[in-house]
Ligand binder design. Sequence first.
Ligand code: PLP
Length: 395
Amino acid sequence: MKANEIMKQSEQYVLHTYNRYPVVLDHGKGVRLYDVEGKEYLDFAAGIAVFALGYGNETYNQALKDQIDKLIHTSNLYYNEPMAEAAQKLVEASGLDKVFFTNSGTEAIEGALKAARKYAYLRDGHSDHEIIAMNHSFHGRSMGALSVTGNTHYQDPFRPLIGGIRFADFNDLDSVKAQVTEKTCAIILETVQGEGGIYPADPEFLKGVKALCEEKDILLILDEIQCGMGRTGSMFAWQEYGVEPDIMTCAKALGCGIPVGAFVLNKKTAEHSLVPGDHGTTYGGNPLACAAVRTVFEIFERENIVEHVREVGAYLEQRLDGLVEKYDFLALRRGKGLIQGLVVAGRPVGEIVQKAIGNGLLVITAGTDVLRMVPPLVITKADVDEMIEKLEKSF
Ligand SMILES: *Cc1c(COP(=O)(O)O)cnc(C)c1O
């Protein structure tokens, strides 16, 4: 089928909840994607920070094919080896204690919120606990995750949301302190705000929030769904701050394309929260999804992906800073490693993204005025150079 026929068919049958770019992607190789007409795109979007290893990674694909032939799904009523191994990898990489696998990021958030409420419930027997979330955050689209997403545009049509949520300003410790009450059971934030516009947490802010949590026995939930899995140049972004969460959420690059997420609990939270009957999922952590997770960790280790991100991330920053110096309409760069945003002032960022697509470059937006880059983690310096060339052409 031709691209325009596929687009027409999609618009006829698929619920219109996305304004899609007029591109019909067909296959990928490495950090490049190809549309149905054979046009090549350099991919600096990675399916929104998902496909960290690039397309067509043979080890990854083979592991999935092997697992498909062996066993795809069993439910959580029985044990399976890929889940045991994937959980061990996640615990070892994070230093946390226990894992619950989900099918998406938003479900990881739901689980984290439930674990936090249960922890507080076991502590004092009350069921009116509050959670502090951040303005301009993004945690997902299900009702619980939406309730802690600090964006009224996303929230308003769907009220009433879950109760007991208070909002504070990211990177403003006093505003967080102002929302603390005797009912506060958790503070949730992204270590690097993604959708909101690529805002890394200030070290002093994150350390301050952690100290506040320790002082008041409040749980710290760090959402690493977008910024985790090596993207910032450490396995999880919080690791470079020396601030450990009580609960961490993962998804996106965790399965590198297979839909899988997780919430990971430290010992204290794991031992005093969810028990059999409290939480469950039919698919979550099924053998196919966990074979993906296990293989992703194996490839990360074998190919020193995190080390590579540090190196190529520094180069990307340098090249982007060069653009900020050169072009007046680029106000500044924000980000860490391979999650980067260029703040565009005085022209619509969407137009640049459209032009870039025309020039064979996939980049995305964040917030209202940020050009976002979340490429596969395996990009090279030569790919960065090519991206800069294509982007400048699109200005
Ligand atoms: C994408 C994202 C989510 C939601 O994940 P889904 O898999 O789309 O449900 C939650 N938090 C952050 C930080 C994200 O970037």
